[in-house]
Design a protein around this ligand. Structure first.
Ligand code: CO
Length: 460
C-alpha cells in the first residue's frame, strides 16, 4: 500500500504570522473553521508563536477565548501550537511554575500538540515544557531549530533527538524557520534521524528562498511523515508551500494523501478574498509573497532581513545595509553559532547594526546580549568567542547550569497582586507573559462590560 503523508495546515498561525504579521482576527477565519476541521489535516497550527502577543496588542482579543472558540468549532482535528521552551511565548526565560501552568492551561483550553523548541537547541530549556505537555496528556513535539554552522552536524542533531525522546517527545519536528534547507540536506537529515529513532518526523520550512517544494519532496522520499503547508492564497514567499500543490504532487508520485479536495477548494476560495483585503489595505506587501534567495548567501532568515532594513531605515542608515549583512554572520559566530530564531535572531541583528553604526565592535551591547553571555539563554552550540565575552562581561563569571533554576516562582505572587482584576488562571498567565498589554486588555474588558450593563438597563 502507498505510504501516507500527513499535512499540518498553517494558515491560522505561521502563514498568518509570516505574511500579515499575525493580523488575522478571529472573525476573519471563523467561517472556515468547520471546513478546515473536515479537510483531513493531521493538525491545524492555530496558536502560539506571535498569536498571543498580537491578540492582546493589536486585535483586542483574549487569546485564550480564541483558542476555546477554535476548539469548539473544530472538534475533529488536532490543534497545534508553537512554544518557545522556557521562553513560552515571550523573549526571555520564565520560572518553572509559569511554564507548567501555561502548558496545563493550553491543553485544558483545547491544545492537542505542543511543538516545543529552544533558540539554542539547549534541551535543558525544553525539559519542563515537554514534561508538562506529557503530564497534561497532549502530544509533545520535540523540535530542532535547524541551522547550518561548523558545529551543527547530523550526529549532533540525532543526539538531540534521542534526548527529546527521553524527555517524552512522541514526534520530532525539524524547524527550518529561514527556509534555507535544501533538498539534499533534507534527505540526509531525515534519513539520519529515521535511522536512529522510530518516531514520526515532521518537517517545517518556509518558501522564502524557493527551495521548499523540492525540500519537502526529498524529505518525503527519505521517510518524513508530516509536512507543514498553507492553503494556496496564504502560501509561498515567507510562508509555507501550498497545501493543494503538495497534495497533488505527492498523489501523482503514488503517496497516500487523505485530504478532501472539496474542502481545500472551499478554503482556497474563501482565503483568496481574505488575502485580497489584506493586499488592499497594505498589510500584505507583494515582497512577502516573492522568492528571495539572499538568505542563501547571507544565511539570514527573511523576517530578520526585513527587521534589519526597517531598523536601518529608522536610523537613516539604509546605506549601511551591505556592511550589516556582512557583520551579522560574524556576530553569530562570536556568539557560538546560535540558530537565528526568536529571540536570538533579534539579538544578533541588533548587535550587528550597533557594531556597524558605532564603528567599533561591541562598544555598546544590549542587555539581552549581556544576559546571553552570562548564560541566561542556555548553553550555546559552540563556545562564545573569549575576547568578545571578556569585553562584554569583564570579570563577571557566567552562570552554570539552567538559568530558570535561579528564578523565583511567580504565579502565586501575581495572582495575589492582581486580585479581582484577574478572573481566571488564564488572566494571570496573560499578565505574567505581557503585563502592560494584559492590564490594558483587562481595563478595556471591564469598560466594555460596564457599557453592556448600562445598555441593558437603558433597554429595560
Ligand atoms: Co515557521
Amino acid at each position: 500500500m502507498a505510504r501516507k503523508v500527513q499535512f499540518v495546515e498553517t494558515v491560522l498561525r505561521d502563514a498568518n504570522q509570516s505574511l500579515i504579521a499575525t493580523r488575522l482576527p478571529f472573525e476573519k477565519f471563523e467561517p472556515m473553521l468547520s471546513t478546515i476541521d473536515k479537510a483531513g489535516f493531521y493538525a491545524a497550527e492555530c496558536w502560539g508563536g506571535a498569536t498571543f502577543d498580537v491578540c492582546l496588542r493589536y486585535l483586542n482579543e483574549d487569546p485564550w477565548e480564541r483558542l476555546r472558540k477554535i476548539r469548539a468549532a473544530m472538534p475533529n482535528t488536532k490543534l497545534q501550537m508553537l512554544l518557545r521552551g522556557q521562553n513560552v511565548l515571550g523573549y526571555s526565560h520564565y520560572p518553572d511554575d509559569f511554564v507548567k501552568l501555561f502548558v496545563k492551561k493550553a491543553v485544558e483550553n483545547g491544545m492537542d500538540v505542543i511543538r516545543i523548541f529552544d533558540a539554542l537547541n539547549d534541551v535543558k530549556n525544553m525539559k519542563v515544557a515537554m514534561e508538562a505537555t506529557v503530564n497534561a496528556g497532549a502530544i509533545a513535539s520535540g523540535t530542532i531549530s535547524y541551522t547550518t554552522s561548523p558545529v551543527h552536524t547530523h550526529a549532533k542533531f540525532v543526539e538531540m533527538v534521542k534526548e527529546l525522546k527521553e524527555m517524552g517527545a512522541s514526534t520530532i519536528c525539524i524547524k527550518d524557520m529561514a527556509g534555507i534547507m535544501g533538498p539534499q540536506e533534507a534527505y540526509d537529515m531525515v534519513s539520519a534521524i529515521k535511522d536512529a529513532v522510530d518516531m514520526p518526523i515532521d518537517l517545517h520550512t518556509h518558501s522564502t528562498t524557493g527551495l521548499a517544494f523540492m525540500t519537502y519532496l526529498k524529505a518525503v522520499e527519505a521517510g518524513v511523515d508530516i509536512i507543514d503547508t498553507a492553503i494556496s492564497p496564504f502560501s509561498g514567499g515567507t510562508s509555507q508551500p501550498a497545501t493543494e500543490t503538495m497534495a497533488y504532487a505527492l498523489r501523482q508520485l503514488g503517496y497516500q494523501v487523505d485530504l478532501d479536495d472539496a474542502c481545500t477548494k472551499e478554503m482556497s476560495d474563501y482565503f483568496k478574498g481574505v488575502r485580497d483585503e489584506f493586499i488592499a489595505d497594505g498589510t500584505l506587501i507583494p515582497k512577502a509573497l516573492a522568492t528571495d534567495t539572499q538568505c542563501l548567501t547571507y544565511q539570514i532568515p527573511g523576517g530578520m532581513l526585513s527587521n534589519l532594513m526597517s531598523q536601518l531605515k529608522q536610523m537613516n542608515a539604509l546605506d549601511r545595509l551591505e556592511e550589516v549583512m556582512v557583520e551579522t554572520p560574524k556576530v553569530r559566530a562570536d556568539m557560538g553559532y546560535p540558530p537565528l530564531v526568536t529571540p536570538t535572531s533579534q539579538m544578533v541583528g541588533v548587535q550587528a547594526v550597533t557594531n556597524v553604526l558605532q564603528g567599533e565592535r561591541y562598544k555598546k551591547v544590549s542587555k539581552e546580549i549581556t544576559a546571553y553571555c552570562r548564560g541566561e539563554y542556555g548553553t550555546t552550540p559552540a563556545p562564545i568567542d573569549e575576547a568578545v565575552k571578556a569585553k562584554i562581561l569583564g570579570d563577571e563569571k557566567p552562570i552554570e547550569g539552567r538559568y530558570a533554576d535561579s528564578l523565583a516562582p511567580v504565579v502565586e505572587k501575581t495572582r495575589a497582586e492582581l486580585g479581582d482584576l484577574a478572573k481566571s488562571d488564564e488572566d494571570v498567565l496573560s499578565y505574567i507573559a505581557f503585563p502592560n498589554l494584559a492590564e490594558k486588555f483587562f481595563a478595556d474588558r471591564k469598560a466594555k462590560e460596564e457599557n453592556e450593563v448600562t445598555y441593558t438597563i437603558v433597554e429595560a
